[in-house]
Design a protein. Structure first.
Length: 98
């Protein structure tokens, strides 16, 4: 999970998109904000429209996400799945940030 979170944070940062991968253990969320997240009200200040579009585009590339929901990583998510996920994210972000 940490590898995935770090890869995503680097990918978003390289494109100038504020993002935090927050969570503990195998459950985390991609939150599109620079603000410190302290409670659910802080989450509502994030760019939810961008995140929703991102999730739907990932789904079209075969990466299942529940739009605007947290991610869960398990033992079935091997190195290939992680690489496929990062590759799909990269393609989608390139489409969205031109």
């Amino acid at each position: 999970t940490e590898k995935l979170k770090k890869g995503l944070e680097e990918m978003f940062a390289a494109r100038g998109i504020p993002m935090q991968a927050i969570g503990v253990g195998s459950i985390f969320n991609v939150v599109l904000t620079e603000e410190k997240i302290r409670n659910y009200r802080d989450l509502q200040k994030a760019d939810l429209a961008f995140r929703k579009e991102l999730d739907f585009r990932l789904l079209a590339k075969g990466i299942y996400t529940k739009p605007l929901n947290r991610y869960n990583v398990s033992t079935v998510h091997d190195e290939q799945v992680m690489e496929d996920t990062l590759t799909a994210y990269e393609a989608v972000l390139d489409e969205m940030v031109k």
